[in-house]
Design a protein around this ligand. Structure first.
Ligand SMILES: NC(=O)c1ccc[n+]([C@@H]2O[C@H](COP(=O)([O-])OP(=O)(O)OC[C@H]3O[C@@H](n4cnc5c(N)ncnc54)[C@H](O)[C@@H]3O)[C@@H](O)[C@H]2O)c1
Length: 372
């Protein structure tokens, strides 16, 4: 294979290319891999079509005739109904087994697009070009595809890997600040779980500085590289989430339930990263109770997270509702809630069983903090 530009991060299950000029490699990759012989389809949401498509097109000749598939965007679009609509549009446009789907967007686009690719004619090739920070550091990598069902997130889906992922930080220039913050939560999670050195370096950056790193900044690229490398190492060793991959769920057990619960409220639902930040505060507390995390580490991490992320709406009355949602989570079973906790930064422990009282105490701890 001819050399492609951008740093290659892994060549195991899926090559991931990262760099400011990485888009110039997309065409060559598509040609070298003989992808899209029956047409190329680009999936974008309203925002990424407006803000990101032109940058991709400036760098691509092979996509000049691509069919653009557009979705509304946001969590509400990640449904079976949207997938069915996209399958019909692809059928009408003549997509075949050798067509290529290019997912240009955040985690919603890559989760939904991966799902659509996995189902269309029993599986067509796709590549991810993530444009949000959550997409670039997390969602586009690892081959987990899904749609939401009712208010339950990610309950239906496939493990189905993209042919490649191209991460271009330049896209982040137009990403709204709240969504940039949301991605930072995932980066902080990876540091806490997998890289104590990175966690210490993050702590040297006060939250406002971290949240305003420009797309070309070296530290942002370092954060992306470390996080992507970490996720890749885990995914390559445990693709189907039998054990090791569960370390990535740190903060997600309660975080996902808070996120799902927010879908019931009027107004904009909670952002994934904000929910994960709240979930991490609960998980850090549980770690001091269950897995011997030093309380001073909890204090430092909690303060950092509280300073950086807005409080999630949760009240004492909603604790039962949150646990009811958690009980539907495929990772929990038989009335016990399974958590990924820490014994120290960089030392995660998976499948730590917590009972209802322990979980309720962690949520109460969180409510106490955000209510001051
Ligand atoms: N599959 C996985 O392993 C995995 C991991 C983490 C998260 N996820 C999923 O990812 C989703 C969250 O991802 P997200 O935060 O990227 O949400 P998202 O895809 O909704 O993107 C956030 C918002 O930013 C906009 N946007 C994206 N890139 C932009 C850009 N460059 N310029 C302007 N606007 C832009 C989008 O249109 C959207 O409004 C959730 O559904 C979550 O379940 C999946």
């Amino acid at each position: 294979m001819k050399k492609l530009s951008g740093r290659i991060i892994t060549i195991e299950r899926t090559p991931v290319f990262l760099g400011q000029d990485v888009l110039s490699s997309v065409d060559r990759f598509i040609r070298q891999m003989h992808l899209g012989r029956e047409g190329i389809f680009i999936l974008a949401d309203k925002n990424t079509r407006k803000h990101c498509l032109s940058l991709l097109m400036e760098n691509s000749g092979v996509m000049a005739d691509a069919v653009i598939l557009e979705i509304e965007g946001g969590e509400g679009a990640k449904t079976l109904a949207t997938a069915e609509r996209l399958w019909n549009e692809m059928l009408e446009a003549g997509a075949g087994r050798n067509s290529l789907l290019v997912n240009l967007g955040g985690g919603v686009v890559s989760d939904l697009g991966g799902f659509v690719a996995a189902g269309y004619k029993r599986g067509i090739s796709y590549i991810n070009i993530p444009t949000s920070l959550v997409g670039q550091c997390d969602a586009a990598i690892g081959g987990k595809t899904s749609v939401n069902t009712g208010i339950l997130k990610n309950q239906v889906g496939f493990f189905y890997s993209p042919k490649a992922v191209f991460i271009c930080p330049r896209f982040l220039a137009t990403l709204p600040a709240a969504h940039f913050r949301s991605g930072m939560a995932e980066i902080i999670k990876c540091a806490l779980v997998g890289d104590a050195g990175l966690w210490r370096r993050i702590l040297h950056h006060p939250v406002p500085g971290l949240l305003s790193l420009p797309p070309g900044h070296r530290f942002l690229e370092e954060l992306l590289t470390s996080t992507v490398n970490f996720k890749n190492r885990i995914v390559n060793r445990d693709y189907r989430e039998q054990k090791l991959r569960k370390v990535l769920n740190f903060g997600h057990t309660i975080g996902h339930a808070l996120e799902s619960r927010s879908l019931l409220d009027p107004g904009a639902p909670l952002l994934h990263g904000d929910a994960v930040a709240a979930g991490m505060i609960c998980a850090l507390f549980l770690s001091t109770q269950k897995t011997g995390l030093d309380p001073s580490v909890n204090e430092t991490a909690r303060k950092y997270l509280v300073d950086g992320f807005p409080p999630c709406k949760a009240d004492l009355d909603s604790i039962d509702r949150i646990m009811e949602i958690m009980a539907h989570d495929k990772k929990n079973f038989r009335g016990k809630f399974l958590f990924t906790l820490l014994s120290a930064p960089g030392y995660p422990l998976t499948n730590i069983s917590c009972d209802r009282d322990e979980v309720a105490a962690a949520i109460q701890y969180y409510i106490g903090i955000v209510e001051g």
